[in-house]
Each structure stands twice: as C-alpha cells, then as structure tokens.
Design a protein around this ligand. Structure first.
Ligand code: RIB
Length: 307
C-alpha cells in the first residue's frame, strides 16, 4: 500500500478545545457526581477529521475558525504538527475558540456539549473565498458544527466542481434541508441515522433499512457507524454489514472522526468503498482504544498493521 497517492482532502468544520471529565457513569439530569480526572485535548469534529485524514495519508487543508483567546494558538499548532494546512482558518476577534465539555464513563462512552464560539462565525463568504481550494480537492469533508449556510455553500461549490463530498451529519440537524443530503457519502452514527430517518436504528437489520432510506432522502452512498457492531455500507440500495474490529474501549470520543478521515483517504486512493470502510473501521477502533480526540488518532502505519 506504500505506493498509494496522497489525496487532496479539504475539511470544512469545527475546531474545539475539549475539556474531558472521566466518571464512572454519565450524570443524570439533576444529579451531581464526583469525577475521577479531568484533562484537556485538541478536538472539534472538523479538526479531528482533518488530523485523521492527514495521519491516514491525505494532503489536508482545513477551512474553519478559532477565537482570539489563549487557546487558539495551541489549536492551530496541533493542526500544524499534524501537517494540516490552516491557511484558510481565520482568527475571529471578539470570539472564544470552540469549547466541548465531554464526560466519559468507565465503558468509554461519552456525552458531549459544544459551545461553538468562533465556529459560529464560519460564513458563506469564508467558504466562497475557499473555492479554489475546494475545486482542486479530491474530496470535501463536512460536518454540522459550523453554521448550516457554510456547509450548504461548501456542498454546492464542491458539486459544481465535481468534487466528492462526505457529510458526517453530526450533530444531527434540527431540520432536514433538501440539499443537505445530496452528497456522495453520508456517514452518520446510529443515533444520527435514527434522527434523520425517524426510524429505529438499534441493530444491524434496522441500520440496513435506515441506510436504504437515507439513499431515498438523497445520499448516493451511506455508511452508518455502529461502534461495537461495526458499520453498514449501502451502495445502490444494497446494504452490507462490515463487522467490528475487537478493541479494548477506553474512550469513544473522535472514533467516528477517525473513521471518517481514514475513509475519505482510502476511498480516494482505491475507488473502492468497501475497502475504505474496512480501513476506516480499524482507524475508529484505534481511536476508541485511546483517550482524547486528536490525541487518540492512529497513523496510516498503525491502521495498516491491523487492517
Ligand atoms: O467527535 C468528537 C468531537 O465532538 C470532540 O472532539 C468535540 O470537540 C466535539 O466536536
């Protein structure tokens, strides 16, 4: 696999500082719990996917925003350390950088609250200014932690230039806008797939049915990530179950981002979605076996060693 080319991936998305508390169980409404530890990581679905794609062998550029606070520099430094080009990341005066408050329980499951901060200032105009970058890309990756107008504009520009689009619909949108799902690959987890389709997605059979419905709603191809159940790939109304990679789960934060970044790279390299989902499954498992967001992401060599 060493001769595979390095595809140009552009990621439009969020850049967050993650404040993580480890606890035995996630707090219920009204409950106060004592946590075991707290730590801080570089996160944000957009930045995580950018770093994941870079580590998986992509030539990655990011469109996004940080604030003018003390955290902005370390968030950008971390992109630089991972060879993610951030020329199109703006520093917005008067905004705080995005913040995610994350609780992780003893099974590695998490709950996340995001305060968008500077991510909310990512505008249609910023995306239009990045048209040249989008046009020369092999793939555009988007999620839903930046304003919906910016995401729709990026999808529109990519489609106009014949660039492949992968949408991770997280967090699930409150409203299903007609153009949002017109993408080459939609990659929700089971919760987001259930929200988008209004169908139950609690097992492989239900996920297969939901993946077909997501194609009816406009997505050309669909991958539903299901954690310990693996993933469902749906192409041309044919749903295939890709089994999970056994793993000792420490923290599932960014496992979906690891999956998406690796998938984008390997799909561009091979043209084969099933091969790409197999590779992405390993990347997701590696991220789930380690703590943190970008800190948990595996390299191409690590992924290939297990794939
Ligand atoms: O997908 C995980 C990410 O979601 C975290 O890094 C957090 O910042 C939120 O964006």
């Amino acid at each position: 696999m060493n001769s595979l080319f390095s595809p140009r991936i552009t990621v439009l998305g969020s850049i967050n500082r993650d404040l993580v508390v480890r606890c035995h169980q996630l707090p219920a409404p009204g409950q106060t719990l004592l946590g075991q530890s707290s730590s801080e990581f570089c996160g944000g679905k957009g930045a995580n996917q950018a770093v994941a794609a870079s580590l998986a062998g992509g030539d990655v550029s990011m469109i996004g925003a940080v604030g003018d606070d003390a955290f902005a520099a370390s968030l950008l430094d971390n992109l630089k350390t991972h060879q993610v080009n951030y020329d199109l990341v703006q520093r917005h005066i008067g905004y705080a950088s995005g913040l995610a408050v994350i609780a992780v329980d003893s099974n590695g499951q998490n709950s996340i609250m995001v305060v968008p901060g500077a991510n909310s200032a990512v505008s249609q105009q910023m995306v239009q200014a990045a048209e040249t970058q989008i046009r020369k890309s092999d793939c555009l990756m988007v999620q839903l932690e930046t304003p919906i107008e910016s995401v729709l504009e990026a999808i529109r520009l990519a489609r106009h230039h014949g660039v492949r689009v992968i949408l991770d619909p997280a967090p699930a949108p409150a409203e299903l806008l007609p153009d949002l799902l017109q993408v080459d690959l939609l990659c929700p987890n089971e919760t987001e797939a259930a929200d988008l389709t209004q169908m139950p997605v609690t097992n492989v059979k239900e996920a297969k049915a939901a993946s077909k419905q997501l194609q009816v709603l406009g997505a050309k191809n669909v991958v539903i990530t299901m954690g310990s159940e693996g993933a469902i790939l749906c192409q041309e109304n044919q749903a295939t179950h890709v089994p999970p990679i056994p793993v000792n789960v420490i923290d599932t934060t960014a496992a979906g981002d690891a999956f998406a970044g690796a998938l984008a790279v390997r799909w561009a390299q091979t043209g084969d979605l099933l091969t790409a989902v197999g590779f992405a499954n390993v990347a997701g498992a590696i991220a789930a076996s380690r703590a943190g967001a970008q800190a948990s992401l595996g390299t191409k060599e690590e992924i290939e060693a297990t794939a």
